[in-house]
Ligand binder design. Sequence first.
Ligand SMILES: [Fe+2]
Length: 322
Amino acid sequence: MTTVDMLDSITFEAGFPAMARRQGEAPGTVDLPANLTPEQRTATRELLDTTGSVLFRGFGVRTVDDFERVAQGLLGELAPYRGGDSPRQAGKGFVFNAAGPSPSRLLRAHNELSYAPWHPTTLCFACGRPADEGGATTIIDGHRVYQSLPAEIRDAFRTKGVTYIQHLPDNSGDPSGIKSWPETFETDSREKVMEWCQSSYTSAEWTDLGLLTTNRTPGTLAVGSDHREAWFNQAHIWRKDESVTPDVTTMDRRRTRFGYGAFFGDGTEIPADCIDVVGQTLIDCTVPVNWEAGDVLLVDNRAVMHGRLPFSGQREVFVAFA
Ligand SMILES: [Fe+2]
């Protein structure tokens, strides 16, 4: 049986996530979903456009090398994580470990790099080894979030957008847990960082402590095959949540400490009760993807948010961006 013959037996099924299930016995070695036939590629693309996420099940992706080939085959050229706030280890090239914060903590719903001037359009995850307990990657339909929120909240985010502030230290290892600017921008060169920030961010300046940037972005996006509005921001994570993120929302704090903050795009405060409603809505719309070893998950980063449930054990999940 040739590889193509085996891949001919994939069944596609709409849902959230949509499923692309390989029929037959689980492969002992890598069985690349990157080798999809043209028809299977079309089916995958259509499901991604209509549902926002496709889970390939029954494939043998186990190692970072397997995953790099699969991700490149599905996404094309992979992108770096420049500008990202998460402590992320490069597994190989532009393939990353999706471990996120400490296993005991929930990774809250977000669109990858929604706070930055550039964000990936598609994410590819794969599971080399599921956690012993917990550890599902969560997916959240941004259209559903948008429709579920009270009109005054979604309209405020749609019309005003969000301004994100970050004050990053010069050196890594700050007790605040905030990544340094060389880690964030993947270079030690002040000139390169300032050139990139001034051409991309709303504002950027050096302070006595490090680098202070602001970035105004949309809070919602019209996306998917029918261009409906979807929730697209992580104001709920960057705004005044001291338990998770050191806050620099007030002017006093902005220059004297490191951290993150979020306002409405026009500079007005996002009310705390508004953030509470958003947070609860995100929880209500969360769908867990319970990993099986070898699974591959494609996510439309503009239409679907993602997160991670707490876990125990040696979970190994990879991620790549494009
Ligand atoms: Fe993420």
